[in-house]
Design a binder for this molecule. Structure first.
Ligand code: ZN
Length: 303
């Protein structure tokens, strides 16, 4: 079903990554502003990261895994002890905005480039190296984002949903490798419910959530695809959910032919294949649109 499967390292049938977005309370400040000091319960909900991040790190350590943590830079500055623990585990830290701002709501390209640059500076200062990967907060990727990532020197983006295997996003300022995922691999619709914050979803059991994630994994494994899952520690490292997560890792490792790797390594492998001419990704021109459609293509819609 995949027309252009990737030759993964050592004959692996698929590449897989458990990526965590360490948002903690960043997005609540954008939502509540001056009311934030009185949003104590909502804040406690996301401050579970104090328990959750060490728990995730312990699970990864138990199985000898190195994975990727996408970080709003503000969270790194606010909670540096969690950054230290992640770095001690040998994991990758990638860029996830400054304070989880929605890029397509910023006032323009210059502002977007400035805030992305501010995140790069914090990551470089706190980890000793520039980030190579990026995921747009809440997947809010603007018409400028890909070209800013390319000109800033990012190797890969993990925000878009356009393929089952890596893509190559081409812009007028250069190119960046895309490592796409999609909503069925995000823990948010499975587990997040908090009326205080306006999320009123039905909470799935860990078994139901695992079935959704693993159906995608089994298909990626059969067809030579890529399984990039998106998690939040304070959402998915609660006890029952952490047990389910561990079960997924064990299932994948037991196969013996799954390449579980940090995103940077998956992107690096993709780049080496491209450079050697051994495999080429589909090329995608971004942005899809520079402006709205002309009026003659859009019938008036009422209501
Ligand atoms: Zn996020």
């Amino acid at each position: 079903m995949i027309e252009n499967p990737v030759p993964w390292p050592n004959g692996a049938k698929c590449a897989a990554a458990f990526t965590f977005d360490i948002d903690t309370d960043s997005f609540l400040h954008l939502r509540f502003g001056a009311a934030m000091p009185d949003k104590v319960a909502a804040t406690s909900w996301v401050r579970y990261d104090e328990i959750a991040v060490p728990r995730i790190l312990a699970i990864f350590r138990e199985y000898g895994l190195k994975q990727t943590f996408f970080y709003p830079a503000w969270c790194m500055e606010r909670y540096p002890h969690l950054v230290d623990a992640i770095l001690k585990g040998g994991h990758e830290i990638a860029h996830h905005g400054y304070i989880h701002e929605e890029l397509n709501k910023l006032p323009g390209r210059d502002a977007e480039a400035e805030w992305i640059g501010r995140g790069v500076e914090v990551i470089e200062r706190m980890t000793g190296r520039r980030p190579t990967g990026f995921r747009a907060p809440t997947y809010q990727f603007s018409r400028h984002t890909a070209s800013i990532l390319a000109e800033t020197g990012f190797l890969y983006d993990a925000s878009l949903m356009d393929d089952d295997v890596p893509s190559l996003y081409q812009t007028d300022r250069g190119q960046v490798i895309g490592l796409p995922s999609h909503w069925a691999l995000d823990d948010w619709p499975q587990y997040v419910c908090n009326s205080d914050v306006g999320y009123n979803l039905n909470i799935r059991s860990p078994r139901e959530a695992s079935e959704t994630f693993m159906a995608e994994f089994e298909a990626a494994h059969r067809h030579g695809g890529m399984w990039i899952s998106i998690w939040h520690p304070w959402v998915s490292a609660r006890l029952a959910r952490a047990e389910a997560l561990r079960g997924m890792i064990e299932t994948m490792l037991a196969r013996g032919d799954v390449w579980l790797a940090p995103m940077e390594e998956i992107a690096g492998h993709t780049k080496r294949l491209m450079d050697r001419g051994d495999w080429q990704p589909r090329r995608v021109r971004l942005p899809y649109y520079d402006g709205p459609l002309p009026a003659h293509e859009v019938p008036p819609q009422e209501g």
